[in-house]
Design a protein around this ligand. Structure first.
Ligand SMILES: Nc1ncnc2c1ncn2[C@@H]1O[C@H](COP(=O)(O)OP(=O)(O)OP(=O)(O)O)[C@@H](O)[C@H]1O
Length: 293
């Protein structure tokens, strides 16, 4: 069975055509037009209230725009296909507490699969596979309420991934994970994206998470402020300022070194910065570089 039976790489996974959304009395999204190809990993950034979660909820059908059209894998979301389309979109919130239905982690992963009417044997295989992938085997028979915040988030993610969606939306979903699990989690997302062509949207204020995506869309006041490669946009200080993001550590280091007369260019990659510094030190040109200024 193909991993994502309803996706292909020729049709865009998500198209937003001229979307406007008002919440309360506020215009939250303003005539937004975007296309996300199947298999792309998009990070959404923006300061608080810029419209990121509203956009994610629109794509997942939890909200409906008053203007414009959303098309998922070539089909209009708000159509007779609504429930079929929604079943292909996995959505994980920042707070996992609202996402549990079962009395154990195992029941919880099984819940969505039973709704898909999958054979018992396949359900058991998926529980085993995704519990293994997310380090949940020892926790499978625990009540979700007894888990720590990070464990709950991993359990919620396992339940979402077990449904094998073609689009995965993570709305600040890694905020409760400790740094080691966050790194593992980014590695897992990279693997799912590269190997299974899973289309991913991650909403985050974390620079490492933003930098890991193929594409970064920065929202401001309900419009697209910037759309491009993370390693290009994350070097632009005015964009970082508008989105209230701290410059990546490697970039801060490069800029600090430049102030002290050591110009190794700009990079977001700590390893690359260290290698360049090491090369400079090894060639003994560091002293020369400094004294010549
Ligand atoms: N239920 C609601 N009723 C009225 N206004 C709302 C509602 N939910 C969100 N808003 C408003 O919509 C705007 C966009 O909110 P949204 O949650 O999409 O922003 P965000 O970029 O995800 O912010 P954050 O980084 O804080 O999560 C905000 O001004 C918010 O106050």
């Amino acid at each position: 069975m193909p991993y994502f039976p309803n996706s292909d790489n020729k049709t865009a996974a998500i198209q937003l055509n001229n979307i406007s959304l008002t919440r309360g009395k506020q215009a939250v999204l303003k005539q937004l037009t975007l296309e996300i190809p199947a298999g792309q990993w998009v990070a959404l950034a923006g300061c608080n209230g810029s419209g990121k979660s509203s956009l994610a909820r629109l794509i997942n059908g939890l909200l409906q725009a008053e203007q414009g059209e959303i098309v998922i894998h070539g089909k209009r979301l708000h159509s007779e296909h609504f429930f079929d389309i929604r079943s292909q979109i996995g959505y994980l919130f920042a707070s996992p507490d609202d996402q549990f239905f079962g009395l154990t982690v195992r029941d919880d992963i099984a819940f969505g699969l039973e709704n898909l009417a999958l054979a018992r044997e396949l359900i058991e295989q998926r529980i085993e596979h995704y519990a293994q992938l997310l380090g949940l085997i020892p926790l499978l028979d625990r009540h979700p309420a007894t888990l720590s915040g990070g464990q709950k988030q991993r359990a919620a993610l396992a339940a979402v991934l077990a449904m094998e969606p073609s689009i995965l939306i993570l709305d600040e979903a890694t905020s409760m994970l400790d740094s080691s699990f966050r790194d593992d989690f980014l590695t897992l997302l990279t693997q799912l994206n590269r190997e299974q062509q899973l289309t991913i949207i991650t909403i985050s204020h974390d620079i490492k998470e933003l930098a890991a995506a193929d594409r970064l869309i920065m929202l401001h006041d309900g419009t697209v402020l910037a759309d491009g490669k993370p390693d290009v946009l994350l070097k632009r200080q005015h964009l970082l300022n508008t989105c209230r993001l701290e410059a990546p550590y490697a970039l801060q280091l490069c800029r600090e070194l430049k102030l002290h007369g050591i110009d190794i260019g700009e990079s977001l990659d700590e390893q690359e910065v260290l290698s360049k510094l090491w090369a400079l030190l090894s060639s003994k040109s560091l002293t020369a570089t400094r004294s010549s200024r």
